[in-house]
Design a protein around this ligand. Structure first.
Ligand code: A3P
Length: 318
């Protein structure tokens, strides 16, 4: 019998695209029109596949291993295009990297710009997305169950749409010279090799600097480690929100798109000021603590069906 979803998170549809409910549709539309500069670097992911981790690694490589711990400074050096719009990319503190969660067909694209696409196995992605949705007040899904979310995820009905379509749209470009296609799992299993690979993609001089300077490499690895990021993320978010939602929305330094999200937090019943730490567990295989055998089989079947005729499965082999 078909499963009936009891509770749907709050989403919005913008011109047929399922978007996070807290975002401004106008800013989203404007973001899609952003014209990339030749020296732009984008970090693209389906949500929960390791975006923040990659943003940290890239900023550390570009900024000589010095971490950016201030919340607003971090946003300005690696703006979230769909949330804060094209101006945040135009005025980005450079060197920086623009974050998007867009499928290839919507991604502002230039053959001269560079794109890093991070993918994570769908089961862990689903679990991480569940907690993100449940714990972020703007989704109004605080009492939502994993079973409901699993169903919404495999139907491709979450914000940003279908995981598999997203992945396949970028997988086609994995060998383009201006694309670095990398998995969360390879980063997790061997961070040093992953960091050097990322640095090489950014520019051979960055890789050489890391290879010739143990201290620099060590700083990049320590400041992008799970433990460091978890603590510093929590601290920077708390410091930022400590000012209170009213004073943030009156601050001219805060991008309009971020204010839009914060206003929707203000309007939500659960805006106790508790912003969840998205640096949650950071492991491979947390799905085993959440999926039933049947859910695991259904996800495998959908994976098999959707990726038929491609080599996507090889991403997680060996
Ligand atoms: P979990 O919810 O499974 O813990 P995104 O930044 O795309 O929203 O992805 C968030 C996921 O990346 C979370 O997964 C988070 O814990 C994980 N993550 C963030 N930084 C990490 C790090 N340094 N090492 C391992 N995982 C990390």
């Amino acid at each position: 019998m078909a499963y009936t979803v009891q509770k749907m998170p709050a989403y919005q549809d913008v011109d047929g695209f399922r978007l996070t409910a807290m975002f401004s549709p106008d800013i989203f539309r404007a973001a899609l029109q952003y014209q990339p500069r030749a020296d732009d670097l984008f970090i693209v992911t389906y949500p929960k596949c390791g975006t923040t981790w990659m943003q940290n690694i890239v900023l550390l490589i570009l900024n000589k291993g010095i971490p950016l711990t201030d919340f607003l400074q971090f946003q300005k050096a690696t703006p979230f295009l769909e949330m804060t719009g094209p101006d945040s990319a135009k005025h980005m503190k450079r060197p920086g990297a623009i974050k998007t969660h867009l499928p290839f067909r919507l991604q502002p694209y230039s053959p001269e710009a560079k794109y890093i696409y991070v993918v994570r196995n769908p089961k862990d992605c689903c679990v991480s997305f569940y907690y993100h949705t449940k714990n972020s007040p703007g989704y109004h899904f605080q009492d939502g169950t994993f079973d409901d979310f699993f169903e919404i995820f495999i139907r491709g009905e979450t914000d940003y749409g279908d995981y598999f379509d997203h992945l396949l749209s970028w997988y086609e470009h994995r060998n383009d010279p201006n694309v670095l296609f990398i998995t969360f799992e390879e980063m997790k299993m061997d961070m040093r090799t992953a960091v050097l690979k990322i640095a090489k993609f950014l520019g051979i001089e960055y890789a050489e600097n890391l290879e010739n300077d143990d201290d620099l490499l060590k700083r990049v690895l320590v400041y992008s480690s799970f433990d460091y990021m978890r603590k510093s993320h929590e601290q920077s978010v708390n410091e930022f929100f400590h000012k209170g939602l009213d004073s943030i929305t009156n601050d001219p330094n805060v991008p309009e798109g971020l204010k839009h999200v914060i206003k929707s937090l203000k309007n939500s019943e659960q805006s106790s000021g508790n912003i969840p730490n998205i640096i949650r567990k950071g492991i491979i295989g947390d799905w085993k603590n959440h999926f039933t055998e049947e859910q695991s089989q259904r996800m495998d079947d959908i994976f098999f069906e959707k990726t038929k005729g491609t080599e996507v499965r090889k991403l997680w082999e060996g």
